[in-house]
Design a binder for this molecule. Sequence first.
Ligand SMILES: CC(C)(COP(=O)(O)OP(=O)(O)OC[C@H]1O[C@@H](n2cnc3c(N)ncnc32)[C@H](O)[C@@H]1OP(=O)(O)O)[C@@H](O)C(=O)NCCC(=O)NCCS
Length: 182
Amino acid sequence: MRIEKDNIVIRSATVDDAIHLNKWWNDGKVMEHAGFPNGLGESLEDTIENIKSRNDELRQLCIIEIDGKAVGELSYRIKGDTAYPGWKICDFNYQNKGYGPKIIMMLFEFLFTDETINSKCPIERIAWDTMLENKRAQYVYENRIGARRVGIRKDCWKDQTGKLRTAVDYEINKEDFFSARK
Ligand SMILES: CC(C)(COP(=O)(O)OP(=O)(O)OC[C@H]1O[C@@H](n2cnc3c(N)ncnc32)[C@H](O)[C@@H]1OP(=O)(O)O)[C@@H](O)C(=O)NCCC(=O)NCCS
């Protein structure tokens, strides 16, 4: 897939992106928000396999480019009428500059309208979560993209250090997405 707006491009990752992705995924500072403060410790070969395994309409791993530079990654999988995405601006220089909400809205519009996806699985809902500690992400979801906070799952999983972590669940449905944009 490839979508573009102003200076932002979201496109499918290829094996040529493996070096970038591997560097980000193994960087504890980048991965801390996801519960991996020591990084994933993944080999380059495994990253290449990971990229190859997520490349059909219903399961994608993508690169976020701003001004032609790879600055982060995004992924989604689709099951039934629901898309489950995730996103990460990995280059710290591009965080806190207002790009996150733009990227997320581009992705949502694509997921709700893309003909290939919607002819197979008409998308009615997009659902994702974040860690309770990720206050910036929660602020953005609640104040910038109009998502609904639908629940909290306390101590639902153990992070890399063995600490129990709590997830906050968000969703947005098709109707709410398009009526908010009118
Ligand atoms: C979360 C993320 C998508 C947000 O995108 P962004 O472009 O950095 O965010 P923005 O610049 O649009 O907005 C950040 C807002 O959060 C606010 N903020 C920053 N830190 C905050 C905190 N600790 N608590 C509450 N709000 C905070 C800022 O003040 C700003 O609000 P404002 O626009 O009203 O001034 C992006 O930072 C990111 O990818 N982070 C790393 C990975 C990650 O957390 N992914 C999401 C996992 S669910």
